[in-house]
Write a protein that binds this ligand. Structure first.
Ligand code: FES
Length: 88
């Protein structure tokens, strides 16, 4: 079972529930999530996120579950994680 309190963005301390709430409130893209929650725009991902990367792929996964496939390019963080499709 998915824990709604699970942290998704460690840079901003944003939990899964906040992202799901943003989607329920109309967020349709990663950019919407970034603007509505503050997630996905940090710069300390490698240091703070136990995965050692930014949270974009995790946010996209939540968007996909809640809203269907996404094809928006990834950008916004400055961690230089090199996520596939990232334009950071
Ligand atoms: S973990 Fe989300 S922007 Fe760094």
């Amino acid at each position: 079972m998915v824990d709604p309190n699970e942290t998704v963005c460690y840079c901003a301390g944003v939990a899964r529930a906040s992202i799901v709430d943003a989607i329920a409130d109309g967020a349709k893209t990663l950019t919407d999530i970034q603007q509505m929650t503050g997630a996905g725009i940090g710069s300390r991902c490698k240091e703070l996120n136990p995965k050692g990367a930014c949270c974009h792929s995790d946010i996209r996964a939540i968007l996909q579950v809640e809203s269907g496939p996404q094809d928006e390019p990834s950008c916004g963080c400055s961690c230089g994680c090199g996520e596939p499709g990232s334009t950071c």
